[in-house]
Design a protein around this ligand. Structure first.
Ligand code: CMP
Length: 149
């Protein structure tokens, strides 16, 4: 994992194009830029490991990651996430360990927010909080269904 060197102009246009950040006001964008961190991960890097404790929320700026869940000796592939999508919200909202392992499937760049900024920049805004909670509920329902099968 390395610090990303994605240019600021390209970062801004990616954020404006993402469902989550498209309606950020200029002061909110400044606040986000001050508090976020950017990382770059190589193919095969485990960004989140199932069972770990939580601290951060991630938005994919480029590349692709896979989502896999372990159940006993079985590994269930839950799909991939790509540019503009986010992960890491479930443990932060539920205050429970990470429920899946997220691995970089190619060189990928991500915006990272600590829990305190996740709460103040994202969850205090009703529209963004709604989008994040919806993703949480959809993912939780999908995971529940897969575990039963
Ligand atoms: P968290 O539990 O913090 O860490 C693992 C993350 O994987 C989880 O948050 C979600 O962001 C993501 N995740 C879990 N299940 C799914 C799913 N079915 N589809 C997409 N992403 C998921």
């Amino acid at each position: 994992m390395a610090a990303s060197d994605i240019p600021l102009s390209s970062l801004l246009s990616t954020l404006r194009g993402s469902d989550l950040f498209q309606d950020l006001t200029a002061p909110e964008m400044d606040d986000l830029l001050i508090h976020m961190r950017m990382i770059r991960t190589q193919k095969g890097f485990e960004i989140i490991r199932q069972g770990d404790s939580w601290d951060s929320f991630y938005v994919i700026l480029s590349g692709r990651v896979s989502v896999k869940m372990r159940k006993g000796s079985k590994t269930i592939r839950m799909g991939n996430l790509g540019k503009g999508e986010f992960f890491g919200e479930m443990a932060l909202l539920a205050e429970q360990p990470r429920n899946a392992t997220i691995t970089s499937e190619e060189v990928s760049e991500m915006l990272v927010l600590k829990k305190a900024e996740f709460d103040t920049i994202l969850m205090k805004n009703p529209t963004r909080a709604h989008k994040i909670r919806n993703a949480y509920l959809e993912r939780a329902a999908k995971n529940k269904k897969k575990r039963v099968l």
